[in-house]
Design a binder for this molecule. Sequence first.
Ligand code: URA
Length: 434
Amino acid sequence: MRMIDIIERKREKQELTKEEIEFFISEYTKGNIKDYQAAALVMAIFLNGMTNQETTNLTLAMAHSGEILDLSTLEEIIVDKHSTGGVGDKVSLILLPLVSSLGVPVAKMSGRGLGFTGGTIDKLESIPGYQTTIEMEQFVKNVKQIGISMISQTLNLAPADKKLYALRDSISCVESIPLIASSIMSKKIASGAQKIVLDVTVGRGAFMKNKEDAEKLANTMIQIGKLAKRETICVLTNMNEPLGYAVGNSLEVMEAVNFLRGDMPEDLKQVVLELGCYMMQLAGIGKDLVENKNKLLENIKNGKAYDKLLELIKNQGGDIRYIENLDKFPKARYIEPLYNDKNGYIQEIDSKEIGKLASILGAGREKKEDTIDSSVGIVLTKKVADKVEEKEVLAYIHANHEKVLSEVKRKLKDRIQVSQHKIEKEKTILEVIQ
Ligand code: URA
């Protein structure tokens, strides 16, 4: 089999066979196919798409490119959660301790941020001492002992996805339905999830810019889940504006902690409750979705979810004094307010641009090797449709460098639009597909 023939067939819009896809994935993972040929094939897939059969074969080949975790020793149904990516998305930090406090076992491998989207692992690493890379046995032991562990995807899981994701990012081929579906589902299959709840984000700060594409992506992932015998539910959520108020690593950890103490921004609350009620249903601990939501809220009120977060952090070496007293987190050198200049209503907060600005401040990476500055980012004070007065603060910019601060301040002003007319609030939960 020759890679050049596979590229040519996809270029000519033909359907690749299972053998061709398996050849590409196994030889690319081993380093026998060079990036330039892989890039040509990925671009041909990006432009010409894939059939459901091809996408499924790609997913399974990627899932089997490394180890497949066996979580059967846990003797419980493992329900996993994954987001297709967003800005200000601190949902895992809140939702996973919360469902764990209700008895849903959580064995979660999270990713790092890339480009304008954030990653849960970078956020967890802003908590001093928290170990994101632990041995497999310890990971399983933690889930058995306290019902939750959250680590990074450093084990040899779906290595083909790691290589392909970096390649896609460098050749502008991220926003493709078969490529995103296979990337996410291969990781979920490899990490031993039996049931999966997916947060499929839609809008400016998401890879799917409109609902139709998000529905196609969701249906593709559900189909792959069916073939791989992993029941999958997709919740489509709005990512036009950042989720909650904080964008930046320790700033988002603080917002998550405050959420679990009862201070819940409405959009974040809706996403957490919607994903949570389905996780409980799939785990078999509650059929009634409304009742599940009430139980989730109850465990926030009675402090059990917050206690579970502390237990998780402590168990993984994190210093819980930072969580108990958020003032201990290192502050950025400058915390600069951005003032509004006319009375009106917030019309738009462009989440992709806010993500990019947070990245410029140091909260994200341009390249995989870049280091993160945990303390920097943007904390908004308003949501779309909120009323705003002249001279009111729209956001606080947390920066460590004066030059970057003035650049971000100038650009941020254009990214938060104020209208003189009343603005309708957009829906947060757009659809549930199962
Ligand atoms: N998240 C992933 O894990 N992969 C993608 O391709 C996009 C979002």
